[in-house]
Design a protein around this ligand. Structure first.
Ligand SMILES: Nc1ncnc2c1ncn2[C@@H]1O[C@H](COP(=O)(O)OP(=O)(O)OP(=O)(O)O)[C@@H](O)[C@H]1O
Length: 329
């Protein structure tokens, strides 16, 4: 659920755009994030996620007319004040430096730094604190980045694909630490391609597509927005060969799959589909109507937007091949 804005926003994007040459990476983003929210930023490759995080951290400035504010001030000021902890994909760790040294430096530099041992412990680094950072595995490197992001008492944590390379145990520990951060009133914003993670962890999901905010809501709301549900059942007897065609022709049905007597369908109007199923004289057993998973909802929403974009971009009189391609995507 979107938080009712009773408190001042931690993050405020107002018509924020970013153009690189001819590429419109971010197209007028307007969104506010509030204290205590854990927000997942999703989007296909090139959707504008990293650009959004760069603007948020003051690493880039928005195009004229757009504005980004953190805690009522500029991103740079908020970062200088130690209100933001960030874990980015890019940027190597200094070679030859020990884990403890680099984490200790981050704790010292933070205006409200935590004791280094505590930060090492939370990030699961105590056992490898004396190792130099160039001798770490990918997952261990991520844990060092996590420690750097949580070296002090920040109000906002910005994480770009934070769990890439982490094993299951490290991931669990990571998200449990993040939940604790949010429970203390911090805002956690993370970009990810792991949709199960977003589904499990985020209480709000933003979907970017071609630099625009395509959807904003809880994972359940995003799933509902896709408007497609799964209908599954078993038939006692499969009457004859025309059955699959009959099922496909039912109202709302967008896909069918038959494996013996087990039927799986997708429908944009599950109520009408089930009603028509009985009207056909079929008696479905173990009938189940479920929503899509977040991943399937995401694919449905983004490919629908892709189709609409292709149609809107098509000049009058475009040949039919383009139309067919767009329609079958
Ligand atoms: N420095 C740059 N110069 C030119 N174009 C850029 C630059 N940085 C990003 N872009 C373009 O801007 C668009 C958005 O890129 P961005 O990195 O923000 O997307 P993303 O959602 O983070 O993608 P990914 O999931 O692949 O990391 C892309 O088309 C990308 O090619």
């Amino acid at each position: 659920m979107k938080t009712t804005p009773t408190t001042a926003p931690a993050v405020e994007f107002t018509s924020a755009g970013k153009t690189y040459g001819t590429v419109r990476a971010l197209d007028g983003l307007t969104v506010s994030l509030y204290p205590g929210e854990t927000v997942a930023l999703l989007g296909p490759n090139g959707a504008g996620k990293s650009t959004t995080l760069d603007l948020l951290l003051g690493l880039r400035t928005p195009d004229a007319g757009g504005r980004v504010r953190l805690f009522g001030t500029t991103p740079r000021q908020a970062v200088t004040d130690g209100r933001v902890g960030a874990m980015l994909q890019s940027g190597g760790l200094m070679e030859g430096v020990r884990v403890r040294e680099i984490v200790s430096l981050a704790c010292d530099l933070h205006p409200r730094g935590y004791p280094v041992e505590q930060v090492l412990e939370t990030a699961g680094l105590t056992g490898i604190a004396e190792r130099t950072v160039d001798r770490l595995s990918g997952g261990q490197e991520q844990r060092v980045r996590f420690a750097l992001a949580t070296a002090g008492d920040s109000d906002l944590l910005v994480l770009d694909e934070p769990t890439t390379g982490m094993d299951v145990t490290a991931r669990r520990a990571f998200w449990s630490a993040m939940r604790a951060q949010a429970a203390q009133g911090r805002t956690v914003l993370f970009a990810t391609h792991y949709l199960e993670e977003a589904d499990e962890v985020a209480d709000r999901v933003l979907v970017l597509h071609r630099g625009r905010l395509l959807a904003d809501g809880s994972a359940a709301e995003i799933k509902a927005m896709a408007g497609v549900r799964r209908v599954g059942f078993t038939l006692d007897a499969v009457p004859d060969g025309v059955l699959e065609a009959q099922l496909r022709a039912l109202p709302g049905v967008t896909g069918t799959e038959l494996a013996g007597a087990v039927v799986r369908m997708r429908s944009s109007d599950a109520d009408a589909t089930v009603h028509a199923l009985y009207a056909l004289g079929l008696y479905p057993r173990d009938l189940e109507v479920t929503g899509l998973g977040l991943e399937q909802a995401f694919v449905t929403l983004t490919s629908r937007a892709e189709q609409q974009g292709a149609q809107a971009a098509r000049p009058a009189g475009t040949d039919q091949n383009t139309e067919k391609k767009a329609a079958t995507k």
